[in-house]
Design a binder for this molecule. Structure first.
Ligand code: NAD
Length: 346
């Protein structure tokens, strides 16, 4: 049976904990901000070492969703669910049924979706207990839209930095060629870019090789690859005081979440005159796609059009960054905060 505890947390609208000893998991839902609408964010399952780690994660991730959803001008706030469980031991079906009951207790103030270690099939189990779940409907896999959004962000950067639309001949280094990085590689190769790619999973490189000509690079060497654009599409925290001095690129734009290890690393990129697209601006295509099935009939063409607006947002960030002489991550945060304050009217 689920047991619920409401937690006090300043700066968050609602934080609730759920414990289910019989099934063997604990979960937290945080609604960071709902000024622009119900809080959308995925359900992450992780075998956290302790409860505090899970709580820290749900607070950090839900806030990030507020910024991402706002900057993408969605009528949605930011929230997240994290589940602390050992997927090797737990009855997965029973767990997601219980998570569905948990989500339902918020009566639509939080909308869940798949995330790390939760799949569309898991969301089907969640949906048996609540209608407040996205990604089991028509919008399907968000990754193609995420990849396309990063591609639109890159186009905007190239126009801004080099003054042309043509990507032909540009050298692109991609870290991680999974769901998003692999698709991004294909889009950029189609435009005549030269691709340098790395992955720790040889299967993903072999898969890419079927459609794209690329130069394989060792994982550690990707930072030093001589390129025009570096695309982090694997892990967070990879832009830091060790890696930034090694970069040989003019632009950084990729799908990975939380690319900057510290906020100061954004300043470091700026000091090196490397144009950094804040990750949550570049990788919003997936959530934009999901938003197109919430409260409306899904239309893939409309989702694609809305994803293309990432290019305009990025141009806006770059222009303001240049005119105000402030790093792009500072400008993006300020723009998102203004949109949060204004609510859905903006
Ligand atoms: P994925 O697991 O399909 O692909 C990630 C790839 O990175 C894998 O092939 C993995 O082997 C590789 N990788 C991991 N560590 C690496 C390393 N040290 N060096 C090189 N390669 C490494 O994941 P994805 O869905 O493509 O997501 C990638 C990133 O984008 C994640 O940070 C994710 O949170 C973020 N993101 C994804 C989406 C989406 O729609 N899928 C949306 C927003 C953000």
């Amino acid at each position: 049976m689920n047991r619920y505890t409401t937690l006090n947390s300043t700066d968050y609208e609602e934080v609730v904990r759920c414990d289910n000893e019989e099934v063997g998991f604990s979960a937290w839902i945080a609604v960071h901000n709902s000024n622009r609408g119900p809080a959308l964010g995925g359900c992450r399952v992780w075998n956290y070492i302790c409860d505090d780690d899970a709580l820290t994660d749900v607070l950090r991730l839900s806030k990030g969703m507020t910024y991402k959803n706002s900057l993408a001008r969605l009528s949605l706030g930011g929230g997240k669910c994290v589940v602390r469980a050992d997927l090797e031991k737990v009855d997965r079906g029973a767990m997601f049924e219980s998570v569905g009951q948990f989500v339902e207790t918020l009566h639509g103030r939080y909308i869940t979706a798949e995330d790390v270690n939760s799949t569309v099939e898991d969301m089907v189990a969640v949906k048996r207990h609540t209608k407040h779940v996205a990604t089991v409907g028509a919008s399907g896999n968000p990754s193609p839209f995420t990849a396309y959004g990063v591609y639109c962000a890159i186009r905007a950067c190239v126009q801004f930095k080099f003054g042309h639309d043509d990507l032909k001949g540009l050298r692109i280094a991609i870290q991680g060629v999974g769901e998003t990085g692999g698709r991004l590689a294909r889009l950029l190769a189609n435009d005549g870019c030269t691709i340098f790619a790395t992955d720790i999973n040889q299967n993903n490189l072999s898969e890419l090789q079927k459609n794209v000509k690329f130069h394989a690079v060792e994982p550690e060497d990707i930072y030093g690859a001589a390129c025009d654009i570096f695309c982090p599409c694997a892990l967070g925290g990879i832009l830091n005081s060790f890696t930034i001095p090694r970069l040989h690129c003019s632009i950084v734009a990729g799908s990975a979440n939380n690319q900057l290890l510290e906020r100061a690393d954004g300043d470091l990129l700026d000091a090196r005159d490397i144009l950094y697209v804040p990750d949550y601006a570049a990788n919003a295509g997936g959530v934009i796609n999901i938003s197109c099935e919430i409260g409306q009939t899904y239309d893939a063409g409309r989702a694609r059009q809305k994803t293309e607006m990432i290019g305009e947002t990025v141009t806006d960030i770059l222009r303001q960054s240049k005119s105000m002489k402030r790093p792009t991550h500072v400008i993006a945060d300020r723009m998102a905060e203004e949109l949060i304050m204004l609510g859905v009217a903006a």
